[in-house]
Write a protein that binds this ligand. Structure first.
Ligand code: FE2
Length: 198
């Protein structure tokens, strides 16, 4: 049992104009598919074959960078498609909103920190809302790295590789991050991950 490309949870044009069908055609159909295909090839020669995706991500970190990059990107994108939905953004489910307010001061403070982390990540990577040591925190990671390998649990992540925004927002990563939080985020999915991790 290897990695599998999941179906997108919405039509390819469902997130337009903030994330176009053309972006998803490439980002999902080419980039994510390549992580799955390359990851499966690399898994064949690894003793991590047959383990859970999370185990493969943690187990290959620092020891098998080719497998790690593809497995971690598979993990990140599996969640990324679910971290968005048509007509997203809006109200955050109660318990998660309460904890965001408690740990960041307010939802606005969280949003500013999340966007700041995404903008501050030089080159390709991700910005995150993660639960670590019982506290919600914002972080950024390069390339395919994610909070799993730093002792955290991802609650929400945004892909800041150019392949995620260049067609729709060109070089304006800030506009993309703002659109992600205001119009794309599926807070119900983030809340599910939070409830499972808390
Ligand atoms: Fe991506």
């Amino acid at each position: 049992m290897g990695f599998e490309l999941p179906d997108l949870p919405y039509a390819r044009d469902a997130l337009a104009p903030y994330m176009s069908a053309e972006t998803l055609e490439y980002h999902y159909g080419k980039h994510h598919k390549a992580y799955v295909d390359k990851g499966n090839g690399l898994l064949e020669d690894s003793d991590l074959k047959g383990r859970s995706l999370e185990d493969i991500v943690r187990g290959s970190h620092g020891t098998n960078s080719a497998l790690f990059n593809n497995a971690a990107q598979h993990y990140n994108h599996l969640h990324f498609w679910q971290w968005m939905k048509p007509d997203g953004g809006g109200a955050i489910p109660g318990e998660l909103e309460k904890r965001i307010a408690q740990d960041f001061g307010s939802v606005d403070d969280f949003s500013a920190a999340f966007i700041g982390a995404g903008l501050g990540q030089f080159g390709s990577g991700w910005c995150w809302l993660e639960l670590r040591d019982g506290k919600l925190q914002v972080s950024a990671t390069p390339n395919g790295e994610n909070p799993l390998v730093h002792g955290g649990t991802p609650i929400l992540g945004c892909d800041v590789w150019e392949h995620s925004y260049y067609i729709d927002h060109r070089n304006d990563r800030g506009a993309y991050l703002k659109a992600f939080l205001e119009t794309l985020v599926n807070w119900d999915y983030a809340a599910e991950l939070f409830d499972a991790a808390d």
